[in-house]
Design a protein. Sequence first.
Length: 76
Amino acid sequence: MATGETVTRRAVGDHEKLTAQETQIARLAVAGRANAEIGAALFLSHRTVEWHLRKVFAKLGVVSRRELAERLRTPL
């Protein structure tokens, strides 16, 4: 807003705004894999996985993996 740009709020159905990597990490998290397991599968550190999950949670407006699972089950 300080630059004069218009700020838009994210709509409820913003699944499509996840990057491919975020989507893949989210799906693995929903499948019950730990951050270290997701990182090993994708050749990332567990901290990088954690960072991506924080971004996914913020984009989708969820606070837990359980809510993430419910959110990803809803149709796009």
